[in-house]
Design a protein around this ligand. Structure first.
Ligand code: GRF
Length: 204
């Protein structure tokens, strides 16, 4: 069975969606470890509640990004992780994590990429006046929210939406598509071809 490692920095509602889907048997994988760069991330408590190893790796304890990421890789390898899910992990992934996990590391972003990458994606969408936004799960590459797209879900942007109301509507979709993407990966159904991700289930 595939072991998943989840990297977080905060609340961890997407982590919770992954845990719940895995416990319900909807993903042929188990969440083996949760790693946070912040000691106070609520997601660490969620993990402990489900008897999942919860590890705080403090970037301040390491001399640079590479040594910090080497420690994360060590923890992931100790748990024989085959898929890394970034779930509200507020750092740009560096070369060490990419060297070890590119093609096996995915992220969720609260916009329809390539629109509105980076921080405050929902506010960017409201401010821009788009009529549709959504969520994207993608493989992680060296850019910020630029990697090959696995799955997207759209939501309407309403005239009176604020960053908060749009965020809540998008979050509901995030909690559906992140487990779906993890399931497709776990079942070996995702194939990266250049920028595109082919979902082999469509071809069966
Ligand atoms: C989500 O909106 C996710 O798309 C973004 O950060 C937020 C994390 O929320 N990358 P949570 O910690 O999963 O609740």
């Amino acid at each position: 069975m595939l072991n998943i490692g989840v990297l977080i920095s905060g609340r961890g509602s997407n982590l919770q969606a992954l845990i719940d889907a895995s416990e319900r048997g909807e993903i042929p994988a188990k969440i083996a470890v949760v790693i946070s760069d912040r000691a106070d991330a609520f997601g660490l408590e969620r993990a402990r509640k489900h008897k999942i190893d919860a590890v705080h790796v403090n970037p301040k304890d390491y001399k640079d990004k590479n040594t910090y990421e080497l420690e994360i890789v060590k923890v992931l390898k100790n748990h024989q992780v085959g898929l890394v899910c970034l779930a509200g992990y507020m750092r740009i992934v560096g070369q060490v994590l990419l060297e070890h996990y590119q093609g096996k590391m995915i992220n969720i972003h609260p916009a329809l990429l390539p629109s509105f990458p980076g921080l405050h994606a929902q506010k960017q969408a409201v401010d821009h006046g788009v009529k549709i936004s959504g969520a994207t799960v993608h493989f992680v590459d060296e850019g910020c929210d630029t990697g090959p797209i696995i799955i997207q879900a759209s939501v309407p942007v309403l005239d009176d939406d604020t960053e908060e109301t749009l965020s809540a509507r998008i979050l509901d979709e995030e909690h559906k598509i992140y487990p779906q993407a993890a399931k497709m990966f776990a079942e070996g159904k995702l194939k990266i071809e250049g920028r595109k991700v082919k979902s082999l289930s469509n071809n069966l």
